[in-house]
Each structure stands twice: as C-alpha cells, then as structure tokens.
Design a protein around this ligand. Sequence first.
Ligand code: PMP
Length: 359
Amino acid sequence: MKVHNFSAGPAILPASVMAEAAEAVRDFNGSGLSILEISHRSKGFVAVLDEAVSLVRELLGLSDDYAVLFLSGGASSQFFMSAMNLLNEDETAGYINTGAWSTKAIKEAKLFGEVKELASSKDTNFSYIPKGYAIPEDLKYVHITSNNTIFGTQFQEFPETKLPLVADMSSDIFSRPLPIDRFGIIYAGAQKNMGPAGVTLAIVRKDLLGKVNRAIPSMLKYQTHIDKDSSFNTPPVFPIYVSMLTLRWVKAQGGVEAMVPRNEAKAKLIYDEIDRNPMFKGVVTDAADRSRMNATFVLQDQYAELEQAFLAAAAAANCDGVKGHRSVGGFRASIYNSMELESVQALVDVMKAFAAKHA
Ligand code: PMP
C-alpha cells in the first residue's frame, strides 16, 4: 500500500534509500555484520563518514574554509552551541524572529551575549518574512531560520549584510543552491531533508572559531569535533549512514540545482489548488514568502467545522501527516526533496473531491 507521507519530520526519505538502509541493517556491504553493530572506528564506517562529508562539500560547493560536522543533540543544541562558540558576553548578535524555532534560538543565545531582535513577524503569528529592516554593522553575526517548518514561510532572499549569517536550515537544507560565502554557520537536524532523526549537520567557517573568552566543555566546542573528524565520541552511526545514502540520492538526481525545479513543481501544484479551491485559504498570503517545503493552509471560515472531515478524507486517500501544527491549526503538507509529484497530486485530488462534495 502506497502511503503519501506529508509529515513535517521525521519525514519522507527516498524509497531507494530505505531499501538500501534495510539491507545494510541485515548485512553491511557484504561484511556479514549489520551497520547497527560495527565500530564507529571500523574502516567501513570511516568510509561512510568520509563520503558523507565529501557529498555535503560537493553538493553545497564548500571551500576548505568550512568544516562539515555530524553532531548529536538536534538543531535545538545548535541554538546554544552557535552562540556559545561565537558570541562573547559583551558582544551583540542580530536575530530575525520568524517563528517558534527562531524564538527558541533567541532565548538560548541570550544566555551567552546580547541579542538584538532585528525584525519579527510575531504580529501576525509569523505569516510572513520581515523585510526592510536595518542591520547595524557592529553585530557579531545575523541569525535566521531559513525555512519555518511550522508556519510555512521561507527566506527566498537572504538578508543583505556583510556580517556572517548563522542559519538554521533544518527544514530546507539541500533543497536549493546557497550563496555559501555569506554563511558563517549552517546547521540542520537531519530528519527532514537529509536522513532520519539522530544526527545534526553543522557547517562551520573555521576562522570564526576560537574568539570567545569563555570556557566551553569539549563536547560543545566545534573545534573539538573539527579536530576529531566528528568522532570525538561515538557518532550516530546509523543516522549518518542513512544521511550519506540520501546525499548520494540528491547527487544522482543532479544535485541541489535539480531539487529546485522538482520542489517548485510540487509547491506550484499544492499552492495553485489552495488558491483555486473555494474551501481553503493559504496561511502565508504573500506568495513570495511561501515555503517550498511546508505548505500551510486552513479552511475558509464558513467551513471551519469540517476540519476533522478533511483530515479523514485525506487519511482515506492514504495521505498521512497532513494535520497542521497546533499553533497554526488547519493543515500542513510537508513536501520535502524526496516527495514525488504524484503524492502531492494525491492530496490535491482529495482537496478537489472535498470541494465537490461540500462547497
Ligand atoms: N529548527 C527547525 C526549523 C525545525 O523545524 C526544528 C524541528 N525539527 C528544529 C529546529 C528542532 O530540531 P531538533 O528537534 O532536531 O532539535
């Protein structure tokens, strides 16, 4: 039975990756051992880790100025780790508040230095990406959440500044090419576009490190993980393996450049239906700010009591994970890299049939 997985994360992975991962659980590369039971210092796993790092470098066009780390602790640990490693107590970092994850990043950064909120879209429950704000030049860095998983907004242009950007790209990493030189740190929990839950990617511009005067525990210091090639302690072997397979898949599709038309076609299909269908409306009204990864929509007010009925209709058509986040309500279709257009079409068909019945 084909189930269309619209979950926000942990999320859909390519079917071929799932098949390869399942085989490696039984027998990793014909070794007679499972990927789940081999040493993180074994030749087999070191090769996996090296390939994962090379693929990240190749897909994003990273120079040697950047280190690629596979860490644990989720993107949530990067909220504090980025500030702890970059920001002195008497220095100020700029944050753009575009939702629940940015708000958490701001809270954690305040533990380590001054935070200036440069702009916020809180006034409309984060339904747009702020524009036209000033960025003072004396900040240490500017932090953004590139894609707001809960609210369905996405930066299509990154803030104009010479300061290094620190970006939480948990829900749109590898979905498009990046002007990489503008970033000081990029971090992402794997469980949307890269792999299963349990590993976190951090891309760090090395010259930004070593400039804070606080003591940092070894595990929380980027430099420790750079010096030890992400194996200072036992890294999450299986999530890194599955991430490597997914990165191979992205490369085989034609790289992040090939993800753009693929993701745009899916986004156009769902947003066109949201805008056309008399029963629904988009949460993000300015089309320019709409996420290519998480499409959020609600029922028009006069149909509001039909929310459960729509979820039931989606479930009957094997469309799973369509319920919106509780802070937004309504529905959310997460349409990450590996989702096929036919799955989006399946949901659009449910929306059309629902309107034919109820509108
Ligand atoms: N940032 C964003 C944009 C997210 O969507 C999430 C949710 N996965 C997080 C951070 C938190 O990630 P984690 O659960 O890996 O800590």
